[in-house]
Design a binder for this molecule. Structure first.
Ligand code: 6GU
Length: 277
């Protein structure tokens, strides 16, 4: 896979040299180009922004540097043998970045990122490149960052770990919390390692029992506990068939029951306390 990032803060992308992504690059599984947008400015002040048409606060990133930068980065990529680029535009007004989207992007050969500062990029830039390639405008969550660079790091790490041979264990993706599929998307429960006692705290007995069936059940129950506590929305929208009898017992203990009323709009479970009488 090839990645290109155009940014006014190339140094913000330094983490792409370390850890999982850095190792994938070193092994040749990933080619990364980070490009300074100001290389495509031709005035003395290297201006990349201007005041918004229609007024309002903040500044808008100008069309010409982005257009010239993207034209050259795309031409150089094609020259180097890359094909099938997609443009990934980080923005708080994008679609939510999910594991499903990470999987989709991991199947593309070439991602071009355009992290913006200020109030974003002149709309015409996205509209222009959307005529040439798929464009994904993505948000990494319901909060506002000062710029899209941190989002590029987030998306890159989520995508890179899905590439064949990048993570050690090929089995590990299927079990990811949020892995697409018909299974319930549950958060993972607690994990433990040696020593067996730390500051008077032991390990749950079952994990030392050697009973694989009971261990799997305990892990599942802990996942249900954690998911009901932290992400009740994930339980609510899980189809009943994704839960076995023991799951439903645990959900009942945790105060959850099937919601026949909600089924029409994709809400299969409700908190028992939520019932109004
Ligand atoms: Cl992708 N960019 C910015 N600036 N803020 C965000 C975001 C992206 N995702 C969530 N907040």
């Amino acid at each position: 896979m090839r990645l290109d990032v155009v940014t006014i803060f190339p140094e913000y992308l330094e983490p792409l040299n370390v850890s999982l992504v850095g190792k994938a690059r070193a092994r040749g599984q990933l080619q990364v180009g980070v490009h300074d947008l100001r290389n495509w400015t031709y005035d003395r002040h290297h201006t990349v922004d201007d005041t918004p048409y229609g007024g309002g606060p903040g500044m808008v990133m100008k069309t010409e540097p982005w257009g010239d930068a993207l034209d050259e980065v795309l031409a150089d990529g094609y020259e180097a043998g890359a094909h099938g680029p997609v443009l990934v535009v980080p923005t708080p007004s994008g679609r939510p970045f999910t594991q499903e989207l990470a999987v989709e992007l991991s199947e593309r050969p070439w991602l071009v990122f355009t992290p913006a500062r200020y109030e974003g990029i002149d709309r015409r830039v996205v509209d222009e490149y959307a005529t040439r390639m798929p464009v994904y405008e993505v948000s990494i969550g319901d909060y506002v960052l000062a710029g899209g660079e941190a989002a590029v790091l987030v998306v890159t790490e989520a995508v890179a770990r899905l590439l064949p041979g990048v993570l050690g264990n090929a089995e590990s993706h299927r079990d990811d919390s949020f892995a697409p599929g018909t299974m319930a998307n549950l958060l993972e429960g607690p994990v433990h390692t040696k020593p067996p006692v730390w500051r008077g705290r032991g390990i749950p007995e079952v994990l030392l029992s050697g009973h694989h069936g009971r261990i799997a059940r305990w892990r599942r129950d802990e996942a249900l506990r954690r998911t009901t506590a932290h992400r009740p929305d994930l339980i609510g929208r899980t189809a009943p068939a994704a839960f076995d009898k023991k799951d439903r017992e645990m959900l009942s203990i945790l105060g959850w029951a099937p919601d026949p009323e909600g089924e029409r709009y994709g809400r299969f479970w409700r908190r028992v306390e939520d019932v109004e009488e």
